[in-house]
Design a protein around this ligand. Structure first.
Ligand code: PMP
Length: 388
């Protein structure tokens, strides 16, 4: 297994050594962070230090960070009609049609209060459609949820432009920024997000920890998902996952430093990968390539090759890649993201995602290209009517 090549960083990133070390150290803390004795205070110190590190990653205030069990829970916590205590409930939720399933599910809004916005062929949300829909909903209290960058295509969304439109109408904006940190700037104020979701395991921290972050403490999360004790200032009950949070902090600190250090290098590797894939398969389609993308992500298809088969063939060749989103793997229907971009279902069934990270090397990329040459030739031979 040592010889394997991991190119599925958008599904989850390998644990960073500094995250592991922070977690191991935190596991030895005996105290409950809510206890007043020295043991409790030591555990509390870790939680509060990490709150600062996570806040710094998105330039927010530490008191506005709520730790959750991951981005799915953070999205669920954000998407509620009761957002903002003391006000009347939000009546409508607008989401883009390429959101993660945890946003598409609509949180705690009734199904008939959720509307989906179209995206353009480029993979970017359609700002004109957003503007029109906001005008149609004038007079209603609206919450909008848009992702910063798509997990399948890597297409970076025009979030700050969207925020301007959203705020002009008095609506609120939640941003699922899970794929952003360490790859593109994620400053909560520059993005114009009222609420922002991030996840530890996408930045080299442990799985099962995330955060919902507010830009302004005045926006109350009035409808906790988990009620009980008063942890997280009443926004999320339950004894904190201290070791997981410790690992999250180390990862957040490292990801913040990485933005300038490894972004251009990873972008260069992606260019090398795409040149190699194009040379091997002239008929290749690279989705979202007309738009700005995360530097680490390529989603491509070659007519006649099905993604499920190619993922297995890559796996046997020692290379871990994905067919679109990990969450939808195992289901055979084409990706909702490619469908929303107007990609024909036959081509969408071939969507293969290769996602890189800061420890990916040139030799990993070259081995991936070599594997693709062998895999694509073999699979096209099996596919009648398709020429290699
Ligand atoms: N949003 C996006 C854009 C994602 O890529 C993911 C992970 N696939 C999630 C939310 C859910 O994150 P978590 O695994 O932390 O629940």
């Amino acid at each position: 297994m040592t010889d394997r090549i991991y190119l599925d960083w958008n599904a989850t990133a390998p644990l960073r050594p500094e995250s592991r070390a922070a977690m191991v150290a935190a596991l030895d803390l005996v105290g409950n962070p809510s206890s007043v004795h020295a043991e409790g205070r030591a555990a509390r110190r870790i939680v509060e230090e990490v709150r600062e590190q996570v806040a710094a990653l998105v330039a927010a205030e530490p008191r506005n960070v709520v730790f959750t069990s991951g981005a799915t829970e953070a999205n669920m916590l954000a998407l509620t009609p009761a957002l903002g205590a003391g006000q009347l409930p939000r009546e409508r939720l607008l989401v883009s049609s390429i959101e993660h399933p945890s946003v598409l599910a609509g949180g705690r809004f009734a199904g008939n209060a959720v509307d989906k916005l179209p995206v353009r062929d480029s993979g970017e949300i359609d700002l004109c459609a957003l503007e029109r829909r906001l005008a149609e909903f004038a007079g209603l209290r609206v919450l909008v949820s848009l992702m910063l960058a798509n997990n399948e295509t890597g297409v970076v969304q025009p979030v700050s432009e969207a925020a301007r439109l959203v705020h002009q109408t008095g609506a609120l904006l939640h941003v699922d920024a899970v794929q952003g940190p360490g790859r593109i700037p994620c400053n909560i104020s520059d993005l114009g997000a009222d609420l922002l979701t991030i996840s530890a395991h996408k930045i080299g921290g442990p799985k099962g920890v995330g955060a919902l972050i507010r830009r302004d403490a005045a926006l109350r999360l009035a409808d906790p998902l988990i009620r009980g004790g008063g942890q997280e200032r009443g926004s999320r009950a339950g004894t904190e996952n201290v070791a997981g949070i410790a690992g999250f902090g180390a990862a957040a600190h490292a990801a913040a430093a990485e933005l300038t250090a490894s972004g251009p290098r990873v972008g260069g590797l992606r260019k090398r990968l795409e040149s190699g894939l194009k040379a091997a398969s002239p008929g290749i389609v690279i989705f979202g390539s007309a738009a700005q993308r995360l530097p680490n992500t390529t989603l491509f298809a070659v007519p006649g090759i099905k993604a499920e088969t190619a993922v297995i063939a890559f796996d046997l060749a020692g290379v871990a890649v994905s067919s679109g989103a990990a969450c939808s793997s195992g289901k055979v229907q084409p990706s909702h993201v490619l469908a929303a971009m107007g990609v024909a279902p036959e081509l969408a069934r071939g969507g293969l995602r290769v996602s890189l990270g800061p420890t990916t090397t040139e030799s990993d990329i070259d081995r991936c290209i070599e594997a693709w040459i062998v895999v694509s030739r073999a699979l096209l031979k099996e596919s009648p009517g398709m020429a290699a």
